[in-house]
Ligand binder design. Structure first.
Ligand code: GLV
Length: 324
């Protein structure tokens, strides 16, 4: 008998075909998200799952899913997994690192440019029929070229963002918990700075850290207060890294000039006050959403699951202690 696996959300047909070669597959091509109770019920008799970042896999769910041996996220982030609980139950967990760095960096640049040059605000105004003629002072933005870019988290995605900054002749600062090797700094043309120093010097601050207890509200009211009133904040990392209520207050009071956001606390139910602000560019968590990249994420997740349930080490295993 083939192992049973659940694919929790819609995926590309060839990914399902591939999985069907190994498993008895239940899919959710209708793409209706399962709430936690429904997810636990559906996983109760499954050996493995291909999951997405909205599927919370924790101790409560695992206690109801005794057969589960592997959960394979279609995402580089895995804050939806309680890794400790997974390891305690001997369940392998995987993610999809590497394959979305460029798409996410490209989208970060979309946010940087759209926010600095007020693109969505200007477009909404034009669509509303407000354009009566050219004016010298219409929709004045700020220069991105030659500005100082502050990258918080110079991992794979942060580095891809830094490499793109070369074309804009920018001065790049970065902050990591530990400074990177000089050759990586050189390749990124980036200089290390403490977080508070970076926040006070950068014209554009962009966040590329994973979400977890250490990064919860990393950018809170006090940190926002360190930023220049002319500065822009970009978050294409995870909701919760920024204290959204504090950001809204800073944007309203002009203590931070503008923000470009792809992720939100409590998404998709983002703080409605964002919608009333003109100095924000908002996107629905789409930084990796190109056809090529989403394909390149979904197939590796499926391959991780095949490896895990075939007794091989999955290429992107997050909790190797499970197989030791
Ligand atoms: C997207 O947010 C991801 O973590 O892949």
């Amino acid at each position: 008998m083939k192992p049973k696996v659940l694919v929790t959300r819609e995926v590309f047909d060839d990914v399902l075909e591939y999985l069907r070669g190994y498993f008895d597959v239940t899919s959710n091509q209708a793409d209706a998200p399962f709430d936690p109770g429904e997810l636990a019920r559906r996983l109760a008799d499954q050996d493995g799952a291909v999951t997405v970042l909205t599927d919370r896999i924790d101790a409560a769910l695992l206690s109801r899913c005794p057969r589960l041996r592997a959960v394979c996220n279609i995402a580089v982030g895995y804050n939806n997994f309680d890794l400790k609980a997974l390891s305690a139950r001997g369940v392998m967990a995987t993610n999809t690192p590497g394959v979305l760095d460029d798409a996410t960096a490209d989208f970060t640049w979309s946010l940087i440019l759209a926010t600095a040059r007020r693109l969505t605000e200007a477009e909404a105004w034009l669509r509303a029929g407000e354009w009566r003629g050219w004016k010298l002072k219409q929709f004045l933005g700020v220069d991105v070229h030659h500005a100082t870019l502050g990258i918080v988290g110079l991992g794979r995605i942060g580095q891809a963002v830094a490499r793109r900054a070369r074309g804009f002749d920018m001065n790049v600062l970065y902050h990591n918990r530990t400074p990177l090797a000089p050759e990586v700094e050189r390749a990124c043309n980036a200089t290390y700075a403490g977080l508070d120093e970076l926040l006070s010097r950068a014209d554009i601050v962009t966040l590329h850290v994973p979400y977890g207890p250490a990064s919860h509200h990393l950018i809170d009211g006090a940190r926002l207060a360190r930023m220049k009133p002319t500065a822009i904040l970009i978050n294409a990392a995870r909701g919760g890294v920024v204290d959204d209520a504090a950001l809204i207050a800073a944007l309203k009071e002009g203590r931070v000039a503008a923000a470009g956001l792809d992720v939100f606390e409590g998404e998709p139910a983002l703080n409605p006050e964002f919608l009333a602000l003109e100095n924000v560019v908002l996107a629905p968590h789409i930084a990796s959403a190109t056809t090529g990249t989403r394909r390149n994420m979904a197939m590796p997740a499926a391959k991780n699951l095949v490896a895990a349930l075939s007794g091989e080490r999955p290429p992107n295993l997050l909790n190797p202690e499970v197989i030791k």
